[in-house]
Design a protein around this ligand. Structure first.
Ligand code: UDP
Length: 412
């Protein structure tokens, strides 16, 4: 297959853990790489944002990352970028014509790319596969989330009804799209996200701590992710407040845009207000290749989010042999087995989070690191790519012979 993949606002090779770069970038990069390994040709188009980039970066033999200019070269907020999407598509057309490229399908990620995907679908007469990653209408009904503009929800609703197939990572997201945007259930395929099982694997906890300079006699609670309000770091801090009777307990926070960023200042202030600042360490964003040591060093990873479309960090922790305590978001209920691989807190209250964390900081939870890892082996990127190829095949069949076909792909 020749696939045009669109990830306009966030580069798959961007700095993970910063404002607009997280799970979606990992998803695009890993999926494309795996499709390339199987002989499919993938061109990923993203907006030029920085001076260090060559126009074309080769990710592997068959996968290219192509930077196109849209508006200024530099940080741009998403709403401003919306006004430059037509420039992006014009540049894409110029590039495609110059290189005489023809694609079998366009696969777009997030609503901004979805809009460009729609133009590609119309002018190239090929199917458009769309992934929301997060859903504006759901964010708007979530406490603690920044409100999304009507432009986004209106665009998403239109995309839900005009693309050829919607792919989601969980049944929950499928239900949201039916409920909020009137998406047709037959149009939606469910393909869970994946984890790099070669990178994330169990390591010796003591060695990992030594390597990172962490104390051997502390219990470590880990958070990994962007510093967005919906990540719920505030309620994790409040939960830590409830655990102050535990001696030698530390919260390690990975991610963020650096010490000058307002989000960092806010969290630091919050830690002070809760009186837990001595037990909190901010380590900044960490290159993904260096993250496995953090997961191995921790007693437990916490995903305290108000909203998550999937929650890749939970898979990464489990693949590294570390249990997870999470709120009831994204794929947590299907990934975590209560009381063994983790704990899902029903209403997300800081007190319940604290009780969940407590189960895993006071000694062993009974499962070995290898048993924890075994619980997520089915989420390899290879399985994700196989499921995705089935979805592509279905949409291409449907394009040629429009009949009804739906798809929930099992990765069991
Ligand atoms: N991540 C990283 N370094 C950091 C923080 C995060 O590499 O400092 C990666 C992490 O490994 C994960 C992704 O960013 O793959 C976050 O994905 P997740 O689905 O948990 O959250 P999202 O960003 O999609 O909200």
């Amino acid at each position: 297959l020749r696939i045009a993949m669109l990830s306009v606002h966030s580069s798959p090779m961007g700095e993970l853990g910063t404002k607009d770069t997280g799970g979606m970038s990992v998803y695009v990069r890993e999926l494309a790489r795996e499709l390339g390994n199987r002989g499919h040709r993938v061109d990923i188009y993203t907006r030029l944002n920085g001076s260090r980039h060559k126009q074309i970066a080769q990710i592997n033999d068959k996968v290219r990352l192509i930077h196109l200019r849209a508006g200024k070269n530099g940080q741009m907020n998403k709403l401003d970028l919306y006004g430059h999407l037509d420039d992006f598509f014009r540049e894409l057309e110029k590039f495609r014509t110059r290189e005489s490229l023809h694609y079998d399908l366009v696969h777009s990620h997030y609503w901004l790319s979805g809009r460009v995907g729609k133009w590609a679908q119309e002018s190239w007469t090929i199917p458009h596969v769309f992934m929301f990653h997060t859903v504006g209408a759901v964010k708007n009904s979530t406490v603690g989330s920044e409100k999304e503009p009507e432009l986004r929800t209106v665009t998403e609703k239109h995309l839900a009804r005009s693309c050829d197939r919607i792919l989601v990572a969980t049944d929950k997201e499928r239900d949201h799209l039916i409920q909020h945007y009137g998406a047709s259930p037959q149009m939606i395929g469910v393909v869970p996200c994946g984890v790099n099982l070669d990178l994330f694997s169990p390591r010796d906890k003591a060695k990992a701590r030594q390597e990172l300079g962490f104390a051997q006699d502390e219990s470590i609670v880990l958070f990994v992710g962007r510093f967005a309000p919906l990540k719920g770091i505030d309620r994790l801090m409040e939960a830590m407040c409830h655990l102050q009777h535990h001696q030698r307990l530390r919260l390690i926070i990975v991610g963020g845009d650096g010490r000058d960023a307002p989000e960092f200042q806010t969290l630091q202030k919050l830690a002070r207000n809760f009186g837990i600042q001595e037990g909190v360490t901010f380590v900044g964003r960490i290159e993904q290749d260096n993250l496995p040591a953090y997961y191995s060093a921790a007693n437990v990873l916490v995903v305290p989010s108000y909203y998550e479309s999937f929650g890749l960090v939970a898979l990464e922790a489990l693949a590294s042999g570390t249990p997870v305590v999470a709120t009831k978001v994204g794929a947590m209920e299907s990934i975590l087995k209560a009381g063994t691989t983790g704990h899902v807190v029903s209403n997300g209250s800081p007190l319940l989070l604290a009780k969940g964390i407590e189960k895993f900081i006071s000694g062993s939870n009974g499962l070995s690191a290898h048993e924890l890892r075994a619980s997520v082996l089915r989420f390899s990127w290879s399985n994700v790519a196989s499921a995705m190829i089935d979805q592509y095949a279905a949409v291409l069949r449907q394009w040629d012979f429009p009949t009804c076909c739906c798809g929930t792909v099992s990765m069991g």
